[in-house]
Design a protein around this ligand. Structure first.
Ligand code: HEM
Length: 214
């Protein structure tokens, strides 16, 4: 990998390492988040993915962004099914509202902003996300198919590895000038920080020393 996909990965490596080792998600992997905390995370995702997938609809007709739009990725129906199963009460964090506002403001009209956010969420979901899904299923005794963890199950993507290879080829082929590629990179870094803010707020709301998972 020597093209833009490699550059994007490298430029977000520090942010990724932080998410992997220090966030609420790493606590999920360690099994130290109470079940209500997991339901709360699922709800924040619903707020975010509603905006991201609304932006994807707008971007369907955009020459640069359209190759990334794919219904097989859509997470909103799975998130709704998971939340119906997990139950409430859950509420929006200020950080998720800010994230959604940002998506609404930038991702319907700017392909570089849209692709940056699309990359950070969906390529992450198709990577570490699969591992997180297996772990939380085991921690809370949940299943896919609307049983609490369908968000982590891409029914319509049989081979995530080759999907990611094709995705990176699309990144490499982006017909954008350097100036706009740099905007995409900065926006992907920002996307990590918007995610990080959601994780921090959830981490504070569900501190492990007070409510360890059963
Ligand atoms: C404990 C948490 C996490 C683990 C264990 C993890 C693990 C991984 C692994 C192993 C890969 C490499 C996959 C490959 O090369 O095919 C990857 C890629 C990726 N992850 Fe994560 N991840 C975690 C959290 C996150 C979070 C929270 C996000 C975003 C908010 C994220 C976004 C990404 C992205 C965008 C990629 C693709 C990198 C690229 O190839 O360009 N990850 N992750």
């Amino acid at each position: 990998m020597t093209g833009f996909a490699a550059r994007l990965r490298k430029a977000t490596m520090v942010e990724h390492r932080e998410a992997e080792t220090r966030s609420f998600i790493s606590r999920l992997l360690a099994g130290s988040v109470p079940r209500e905390g997991f339901a709360a995370l699922t709800f924040q995702y619903l707020i975010v993915y509603r905006e991201l997938e609304a932006a994807a609809e707008s971007m369907r007709g955009n020459e640069i962004a359209a190759p990334f739009v794919d219904e097989a990725l859509n997470r909103v129906p799975s998130l709704e099914a998971d939340l119906a199963y997990l139950g409430g009460p859950v509420k929006a964090t200020a950080a998720a509202e800010r994230y959604a506002d940002h998506l609404r403001e930038h991702c319907h009209t700017s392909p570089e902003h849209f692709i940056a956010h699309h990359y950070v969420r969906y390529l992450g979901d198709l990577s570490g996300g699969l591992l997180v899904g297996k772990k939380v299923a085991a921690t809370y005794g949940l299943t896919g198919g609307g049983g609490g963890v369908s968000f982590y199950d891409f029914d319509h993507i049989t081979d995530p590895k080759s999907y990611k290879i094709a995705y990176r080829e699309r990144l490499d082929a982006l017909p954008l000038p350097e100036e706009r590629l740099s905007v995409l990179i900065a926006e992907a870094q920002h996307a990590f920080s918007l995610n990080g803010a959601v994780f921090s707020e959830l981490g504070a709301a569900y501190p492990e020393e007070i409510s360890p998972a059963a």
